[in-house]
Design a protein around this ligand. Structure first.
Ligand SMILES: [Zn+2]
Length: 174
């Protein structure tokens, strides 16, 4: 098996699991050295061929596997020979964390810049403008909408943002 060091990292295991799902995980967790066909993988891992192909395609879409096609001259049958490219995992993970950081920054700004009202009966949250439109009464049950403090949520987001920025070695955008 190739890339054994990478695959010991629980972060990388989780990343692969999220990509291919539980059925694809046996494929993703055991990349062979060199080329392999989907049929060989299905037989070796005792999996449905469709599950193997699905996992391979997801890896391919994420630049973690590629294939070349061979045509059998007699039968005209096509064989796909797959190679795993897990050396691209660290770069993919870093890109993913940058996307996560950007999304969290947007979310934190939204939380910080809006006031919220809550129906405690229905657990539905409204922005100030919506709450005002409804006359500060829940449109579902008619209960009064209560002003809601989201400071703790914003603080938790700020902590997570600081940790992410430190890990990615980027300055605060705010
Ligand atoms: Zn309600």
């Amino acid at each position: 098996m190739a890339f054994e060091d990478l695959l010991e990292d629980p972060v990388i295991q989780k990343y692969l699991h999220e990509l291919v799902g539980p059925k694809g995980m046996p494929v993703a967790a055991a990349p062979p050295d060199g080329e392999v066909t989907d049929e060989e993988l299905a037989e070796e891992l005792d999996l449905e061929l469709n599950d193997v192909r699905r996992a391979l395609f997801i890896l391919y879409e994420n630049d973690l596997a590629e294939y070349r096609r061979l045509r059998d001259e007699d039968s005209g049958w096509l064989t796909y020979l797959w190679t795993f490219h897990y050396e691209n995992i660290p770069e993919n993970l870093e890109e993913e964390m940058h996307r996560l950081l950007a999304a969290l920054e947007d979310r934190e700004e939204y939380e910080r810049n809006h006031e919220f009202y809550l129906c405690e009966v229905c657990s539905i949250r409204f922005e100030f403008g919506e709450a005002m439109d409804f006359g500060f009464e829940c449109p579902e049950c008619g209960s009064p909408l209560e002003s809601m403090d989201n400071d703790r949520l914003v603080t938790a987001m700020d902590d997570r943002l600081a940790a992410l920025r430190e890990e990615l070695n980027v300055e605060s955008g705010a």
